[in-house]
Design a protein around this ligand. Structure first.
Ligand SMILES: NC(=O)c1ccc[n+]([C@@H]2O[C@H](COP(=O)([O-])OP(=O)(O)OC[C@H]3O[C@@H](n4cnc5c(N)ncnc54)[C@H](OP(=O)(O)O)[C@@H]3O)[C@@H](O)[C@H]2O)c1
Length: 254
C-alpha cells in the first residue's frame, strides 16, 4: 500500500492531487479546515486548522501516527500544499498577529509534519516529501512580504532537511531513501489566484500582474501540477533535494 498525506485538499492543487493519487491507487489522508467532497474508502479527511501547529501535530499523530508506521505501507509521501495566501499589504500595514498565522500555516506546520513523518515513518520505507513553493520564494513582490518570506523559509527548510538526510547526517543514517522536492506549480487556476486578482491595489500592488495572467489565458488547471507532483512521489533515484518548476521554456529541474 502507498500512503500520502496531502494538506489543503478542500480546493485547488491539493484537491486535484488527492484525485490524481487515488486514481493511481494510493491511499490518501487529506487535511484542511473545510470538508472534502471526495468519498472513497482509500481517502480519509481530517478537518484540522494548521494555524495552531502544536494542536495540529498532536491531533494528526493521534489520528494517523500508527498508519505511518504500518509495515504494510510500502511507500510514504507528505505533500505540504496548504498555504495562507497572506495578502497583508506593504510593511506599514502588516498586522503582527496575522503575520504569525501566516508563518504558522506556511512554515511551522509543514516543518512539524516533516518531523512527524521522520519520527513515525519506518526507516526502511521510501519517503517522498513535496513542499509547494512559489516564484515568491526567490522574487520580492511588493505587498507580499508575509507570503514571500514564508515561502523562502519553506524552501530553505527542505534544503536543511535534505542536508540532515545525507548519508552521514543524523536522519540519513535511519532514512536512507527519503527525498525532498521544492515545487513551483506555475500560475494555477485556483481560489488563491482569484483572491490575488480581486485584492485592492493598496493592499496588493501586484494586482495588475495577476489580472494580466488571467487575461492572457496563462493559468493552468490544477490537474497539471498535480500530475507532476504525483510523478515525483512515484519516482526513485531523486537527489536528496530537488527543485522543480512547472512547465514553460524557463522550467528548471535540479
Ligand atoms: N495557484 C497558484 O498560482 C500558485 C502559485 C504558486 C504557488 N502556489 C502554492 O500552491 C499551494 C496550493 O495553492 P492553491 O492555489 O491550490 O490554493 P487554494 O485553492 O486556495 O487552496 C489552499 C488550500 O490550503 C488550505 N488551507 C489554508 N489555510 C489553512 C489552514 N489554516 N488550515 C488548514 N488548511 C488550510 C485550504 O483549505 P481550507 O480553507 O479548507 O482550510 C485549501 O485547501 C499553496 O502552497 C500555494 O502557495 C499556488
Amino acid at each position: 500500500m502507498r500512503l500520502a498525506l496531502v494538506t489543503g485538499t478542500s480546493s485547488g492543487i491539493g484537491d486535484a492531487l488527492a484525485h490524481e493519487l487515488l486514481r493511481r491507487g494510493w491511499s490518501v489522508i487529506g487535511v484542511s479546515r473545510r470538508p472534502s467532497a471526495i468519498r472513497t474508502d482509500r481517502y480519509t479527511h481530517l478537518r484540522v486548522d494548521l494555524q495552531d501547529p502544536a494542536a495540529m501535530i498532536g491531533r494528526i499523530e493521534t489520528s494517523i501516527g500508527a498508519r505511518l508506521s504500518d509495515p504494510g505501507v510500502g511507500r510514504l509521501a507528505l505533500v505540504n500544499n496548504a498555504a495562507h495566501i497572506a495578502l497583508l499589504g506593504p510593511a506599514p500595514q502588516i498586522d503582527p498577529a496575522e503575520l504569525l498565522k501566516v508563518y504558522a500555516v506556511n512554515i511551522a506546520a509543514p516543518v512539524s509534519l516533516m518531523g512527524l513523518f521522520l519520527r513515525r515513518g519506518r526507516p526502511q520505507c521510501p519517503l517522498r516529501i513535496v513542499n509547494l513553493s512559489s516564484g515568491a520564494a526567490t522574487r520580492p513582490l511588493p505587498g507580499m512580504a508575509a507570503y514571500c518570506t514564508s515561502k523562502a523559509a519553506l524552501r530553505m527548510a527542505g534544503m536543511v532537511l535534505a542536508a540532515e538526510l545525507e548519508d552521514d547526517g543524523p536522519a540519513g543514517r535511519q532514512h536512507a531513501d527519503a527525498t525532498i522536492l521544492s515545487y513551483e506549480p506555475g500560475i494555477v487556476d485556483t481560489e488563491m489566484q482569484a483572491a490575488a486578482r480581486s485584492a485592492p491595489a493598496n493592499v496588493m500592488p501586484m494586482v495588475k500582474m495577476f489580472k494580466q495572467f488571467a487575461a492572457e489565458g496563462r493559468l493552468v488547471p490544477p490537474a497539471t501540477p498535480a500530475a507532476e507532483i504525483a510523478d515525483y512521489l512515484e519516482g526513485d533515484r531523486h537527489p536528496k533535494f530537488s527543485e522543480w518548476r512547472h512547465g514553460g521554456p524557463q522550467a528548471r529541474r535540479t
